[in-house]
Design a protein around this ligand. Structure first.
Ligand code: FAD
Length: 363
């Protein structure tokens, strides 16, 4: 890895839209196979549940991709970044020391006291209090009429038809494709081409004394070369307060992803057994768990394969031809919750400007 600074930069295509490379190719080329297998691959699996041979640098790791392009190497790029930060700090002394330190940085992990579900539930309550009406239905078609959009769907009480000046389609891209196919088959084809991976999370609660590992970290990622099926473990009771009673610990085992698609279809008992075997080997968790809980996330994680940025460009252009229509969600420009929220804001801005709606609700 120390030789990374001497690795020549890759020649890039003339057209920036075609400039992409898989994470595996980039990491092996710049850092070597051992660093890829021990560091890069497990991080990619833990964050994107992805196959690193297909995950595109331009969408998944744009900062590192740009470092090679702009500075010649990751080493030079990081030096340039640190120098820019030092210059900024010199101009604003109040920023000094505000960049974290070596060691565990638990402050990077945030959650809500009552779980992530309280975010949409709380937002919905806030909006209802402001007079917003919610109709819950599975949308089945979307069609442009002369002056408005018509959305059809099926709700608990039967068919739902809704007419609107503007529509933000914030569904997984395959569902979005189904919705827009009648209106724009080319747009639907681009949407349908984005693949997804599923995962299963098994939460296990143990008596503190039943786990050998001190759990003095937020968790761990597991290199595939170890031959294990866990992608990562999250030490939830170390990461967040009040996630387990005193003298107990809560560990979440992440399984599945693009390279192990079958696991998400296992029955509950074999999934729990599998997770128990993983934690026994990885952190010395022995004895019967006091709590087990299985969550399956079928097809929940979009895969940003090589060429994803170009695809998103084509999608934007295609959607741009439909006034009052926008896409939002994890399929396009970031899978993390902050990026998904940002994509919702951009979509709201877009439909407000393209459908000439009042701006009062967009902040
Ligand atoms: C296991 C796992 C762990 C994660 N951990 C983190 C994390 O720690 N931090 C982080 O920032 N991000 C994390 N993420 C990523 C993040 O949670 C997601 O990317 C994000 O929630 C996606 O939001 P979304 O609104 O785009 O999609 P979704 O949350 O999938 O919402 C799409 C909605 O559309 C609905 N829908 C589908 N079809 C129709 C239809 N025809 N009509 C009406 N509704 C429909 C679905 O039911 C769903 O409710 C994680 C994701 C997973 C799967």
């Amino acid at each position: 890895m120390l030789a990374e600074r001497f690795v020549p930069r890759r020649s890039r295509p003339h057209d920036a839209a075609d400039d992409d490379e898989s994470l595996e190719s980039f990491a092996v080329r710049r850092l070597g196979r051992e660093a890829f297998e021990n560091l890069v691959q497990p991080l990619a699996a833990g964050i994107w549940t992805a196959d690193p041979a297909r995950l595109g640098m331009a969408a998944a790791c744009p900062e590192f991709f740009a470092m090679e392009r702009d500075a010649g190497s990751l080493w030079a790029g990081e030096r340039a970044r640190l120098a820019a930060r030092a210059t900024a700090d010199a101009g604003d002394p109040s920023r000094r020391g505000d960049h974290g330190t070596a060691g565990a940085r638990y402050g990077q992990f945030l959650t809500l006291v009552d779980g992530m579900e309280s975010l949409p539930v709380g937002l919905a309550a806030l909006l209802r209090a402001r007079g917003v009406t919610f109709v819950t239905a599975r949308a089945t078609s979307l069609a442009r009429r002369t002056t408005h959009w018509r959305v059809e769907g099926s709700g608990d009480d039967g068919p739902v038809i809704h007419e609107a000046d503007a529509v933000v389609v914030a569904l997984p891209s395959a569902a979005a494709a189904t919705l827009v196919r009648g209106e724009d088959p080319a747009l639907a084809a681009e949407l349908a081409a984005i693949e997804y991976a599923g995962s299963a999370i098994v939460s296990l609660g143990f008596a503190r004394g039943d786990v050998v590992h001190p759990l003095d970290a937020a968790g761990m990622v597991v290199p595939r070369r170890e031959g294990r099926r866990a992608l990562a473990l999250s030490f939830s009771s170390s990461k967040f307060p009040a996630r387990a009673p005193a003298a107990a610990v809560l560990v979440r085992v992440f399984l599945g992803g693009a390279l192990d698609p079958e696991v998400v279809h296992l029955e509950e008992a074999p999934l729990v057994d599998l997770a128990r075997r993983e934690v026994e080997v990885l952190i010395g968790a022995r004895g019967r768990p006091r709590l087990t809980h299985v969550e399956r996330w079928h097809g929940a994680m979009p895969q940003y394969h090589v060429g994803h940025v170009a695809r998103v460009g084509r999608l934007s252009a295609a959607v741009g031809r439909h006034p009052g229509l926008a896409l939002a969600g994890a399929a396009y420009e970031g899978v993390g919750i902050p990026q998904v929220i940002a994509s919702g804001r951009r979509a709201a801005e877009r439909v407000v400007s393209s459908a000439a709606l009042p701006r009062s609700g967009v902040r």
